[in-house]
Design a protein around this ligand. Structure first.
Ligand code: GL4
Length: 820
């Protein structure tokens, strides 16, 4: 038994009755004719009976506990993944529901497979938000996640002739059983218009006269705690038109223009922008950001005002965590409400506001640091641009000028405004100035935030910048995705690790226990077989579980260097062609990655992987020693299949570029050995697990900087390395694209003429050497298994429960609210 049963009134008998009742009365079907999808919905509705009750109890209990401080996690992305199994596990009802469905002639796995993966995020940043929601509720902290109810999530990826093609992801098509529309909390949100000055007695005041409104309709998704009664809420705002449509126009036959306002309003939450680590600068995106912030801030204030007459103590009841700068416009929005609606004077309003916000920085990449044209903000949010101006004026004149009198350079650098054509608002500066805490997401990243990104802010506000290393929820990323391993661990050290991952240390002593090691190995093998079957079924590629499963799964981005991996594959292929007896253990290179639709080179890399795969996989001369597999449509669900099957975790970003990474943690926990650079959380992973149980290679941050400063010349690396030269040449020829010679040359071009901005060539030799070490290490089966088990045992630090406790202690200062 893995999960303690919660006190629940749901017996197997009651569950059966409830499921059948929902089939009949909610879904207009019955147990004789229902489709699998209908069975799935009925099962969800049966669970909701328990879940919604507990959500109410949690909400009420939080109010009773003197409005315990609540963290409001503001994020444009929540990559929650499927919820059916997650909810079953967290409710402790997995076994009962399995049995109930079984007795009704249904299979629980098939049923939960009916759920579409809600992919309301791009990658790590959105998935982190989902892990944090799981940890917050499990640790019994009051929390609300605020996001957008996108009609279309991240595009579905298909591969056609090797190229990525994008399809819309209508994830809720005919409705989603775990969400409920809370129309009574709908809000109207102003936009555009102008600002008026008026007098109240002697005081001059301002008010925004908007020219348009949008309606925000909240959809609530319950977030179920593990082994606790608490259920928190993820509140996603859907945008609708305030006025339905113009019936007169419609009756006159002008169908399109009658619907114009409706279509325009609904477009605001129509689609998730498919870019990770890059800024879009589009008006619709700014409106999305403001719409989320305006709805959420208003909702938070409404909740507060049910118990308090004024907003003076808003920061006692609430903290708003900005998930990167995307929701930073919440700062001037709260200021506007305090100033213009509440009539609070500036200094006091600023104090209140500043104590309410904290900001997480998730990247140092310059192209991801958001800026908005001043003119655009002035048009869409005329009052906000005035407030931003005032914040900036007071900050520069009272803070910067005091610290560095007469230092023009500092003023230019720290100003919220970037001068130029057009003038821009720097959202990161606004976020740092408007928050009481700012955090980076891994030790190394936070150091770099302090030393490279915000050194002056760190000098001005020495306690503001702190580190909270990311984590992942062990419920989804071990218990749910790898049930056999979870079972084995629980059988040996008890099940408490699921709530306190540091207890995994107890596994360490089994790393030399023959029986345990064998069981651990059997589980890995079974997971590999499952993945191999999926590969066979979906791509018709045969892979052997004897081979090393070498996995790189993450967004496609130059800094993550999937092309470095590819160059190594080509190197091995060349060696095998030159010497059919070349000594290497067979290897399956597994990739999964989506590229932003407008990111040309990223798409070319996907194409290259697929073209190389086609040639290598069908080349009988190499006797199956290398297989290359690109699994389309990477998603949370696919990650849950790949991660438990991985032997090697590729974390090969250019040092200093990956803020943290979280896939590295998931793979390590599930027993894959990290092959990585000293970047992001890899540093801490290596620290925990020990260098001898990972393969660390490549330039460090300091070496990267030194090399760049001394004038990096990628050609030199090619000139010195014949193998490197040969594989780069391959990309320029017709070896892999006979029908279109030179089609892969954009990659070679970026590495040579393009200056190789991510130092792929500089790290190539070290990478190939590390791979050779790894190959050798894998062949010592005992030692490899030992390292693998130690990875599981020593990565307890990377639970998102630990991250959340760090946030609570250093930033949020929440108290637990236990639901009885
Ligand atoms: C990211 C970082 O790239 C990634 O390293 C980190 O793990 C994640 C969560 O903190 O945030 N930043 C952006 S932007 N997207 C990410 O995935």
């Amino acid at each position: 038994m893995l999960t303690k049963e919660k006190p629940t009134s749901l017996s197997v008998e009651k569950l059966k009755l409830s499921i059948v009742r929902h089939l009949r009365t909610t879904l207009a079907s019955n147990e004789h004719v229902a489709s699998q999808n209908t069975w799935w919905q009925a099962t969800c509705f049966a669970l909701n009976e328990e879940i919604f009750e507990n959500a109410w109890s949690t909400f009420k209990q939080t109010r009773l506990d003197h409005c315990a401080r609540t963290v409001n996690y503001l994020s444009l992305e929540f990559l929650i993944g499927r919820l059916t199994t997650n909810n079953l596990i967290n409710l402790g009802l997995e076994d009962k529901v399995r049995q109930a469905l079984n007795e009704l002639g249904q299979d629980i796995n098939a049923i939960s497979g009916e759920e579409r993966d809600p992919s309301l995020g791009n990658g790590g940043l959105g998935r982190l938000a989902a892990c944090f929601m799981d940890s917050l509720v499990t640790l019994e902290y009051p929390a609300v996640g605020y996001g957008l109810h996108y009609q279309y999530g991240l595009f579905r990826q298909g591969i056609k002739n090797g190229e990525q093609v994008e399809y819309p992801d209508n994830w809720r098509d005919y409705g989603y059983p775990f969400e409920v529309c809370r129309s009574s909390f709908a809000l109207d949100i102003p936009l555009y218009g102008h600002v008026e000055t008026y007098y109240q007695g002697d005081t001059m005041r301002k008010r925004w006269v908007p020219s348009q409104y949008l309606r925000g309709v909240p959809w609530d998704i319950p977030v179920v705690g593990f082994e606790v009664k608490n259920v928190n809420t993820l509140r996603l705002w859907e945008c609708r038109a305030v006025n339905e449509f113009d019936l007169n126009q419609f009756n006159q036959g002008c169908f399109a223009s009658a619907l114009h306002e409706k279509v325009k309003a609904e477009s605001v939450t129509q689609v998730l922008y498919p870019n990770d680590e890059s800024e879009m600068g589009k008006e619709l995106r700014l409106i999305q950001q403001y719409f989320l912030c305006a709805c959420s801030v208003r909702d938070i204030i409404n909740r507060h005002k049910e118990h308090f007459a004024s907003l003076d103590n808003l920061c006692d009841t609430n903290v708003m965590q900005l998930n990167d700068t995307h929701p930073a416009i919440a700062i001037p929005e709260l200021m506007r409400i305090l100033l213009d609606e509440e009539g609070i004077e500036w200094d006091k309003a600023w104090k209140i506001s500043q104590r309410c916000f904290a900001y997480t920085n998730h990247t140092l990449l310059p192209e991801a640091l958001e800026t908005w044209p001043v003119d655009l903000i002035a048009k869409v949010l005329p009052r906000h641009i005035e407030i931003i101006n005032e914040i900036n004026y007071l900050f520069l004149s009272q803070v910067v000028e005091k610290q560095w009198p007469g230092d023009q350079e500092k003023l230019i650098k720290l100003s919220i405004f970037e001068e130029g054509y057009p003038r821009q608002v720097r959202m990161a500066n606004l976020s740092v100035i408007g928050s009481y805490k700012v955090n980076g997401v891994a030790k190394l990243h936070t150091q770099l935030v302090k030393s490279d990104l915000f050194p002056e802010f760190d000098a001005l506000f020495p306690d503001r910048l702190v580190n909270v290393t990311n984590g992942v929820t062990p419920r989804r990323w071990l218990r749910q995705c790898n049930p056999a391993l979870a079972q084995l661990i629980s059988a040996n050290i008890g099940p408490q690790w699921q709530k306190d991952l540091s207890l995994l240390a107890g596994v360490e002593k089994y790393a030399t226990d023959k029986k345990f090691v064998q069981q651990y190995a059997d589980i890995k093998l079974a997971n590999k077989q499952k993945l191999a079957n999926y590969i066979k079924d979906n791509l018709a590629i045969d892979v052997s579980t004897e081979a090393i499963f070498d996995v790189q799964i993450k967004r496609l981005h130059e800094y993550k260097r999937q092309h470095l991996n590819l160059l190594h594959i080509l190197t091995l292929y060349r060696r095998l062609l030159a010497d059919p007896n070349y000594d290497m253990h067979s290897r399956v290179f597994i990739f999964a990655a989506k590229a932003a639709p407008g990111y040309r080179l990223a798409k070319d890399i996907i194409y290259a992987i697929n073209k190389v795969a086609a040639v290598i996989n069908s080349d009988e001369r190499i006797k199956g020693k290398i297989k290359v597999v690109f699994l389309p449509d990477y998603s949370v669900t696919l990650a849950e299949l790949i991660i438990p099957a991985a032997d090697v975790s590729e974390q090969i970003s250019t040092a200093g570029k990956e803020a943290s990474g979280t896939g590295n943690m998931k793979l390590g926990l599930n027993g894959a050995l990290t092959l990585g650079t000293l970047d992001g959380a890899n540093v801490e992973i290596a620290e925990e697990v020990g260098d001898e149980h990972a393969f660390i290679f490549g330039l460090t941050v300091d070496q990267v900087n030194a090399l760049k400063a001394s004038g990096y010349r990628p050609q030199d690396y090619i000139a010195q390395n014949d193998e490197l030269k040969a594989v780069v040449d391959w990309l320029c020829g017709d070896k892999f694209t006979p029908e279109e010679p030179g089609r892969l040359s954009s990659i070679a071009h970026s590495l040579v003429q393009g200056g190789d901005p991510y130092l792929v060539l500089a790290d190539f030799a070290a990478y190939v050497e590390a791979q050779a070490q790894l190959d050798k290490a894998y062949r010592n089966r005992t030692a490899w298994l030992h390292s693998t088990i130690l990875n599981t045992a020593r990565l307890g630090k990377f639970s998102s429960d630990r991250s959340i406790e760090d946030y609570v202690r250093d930033i949020w200062h929440l108290k637990k609210v236990s639901v009885k």
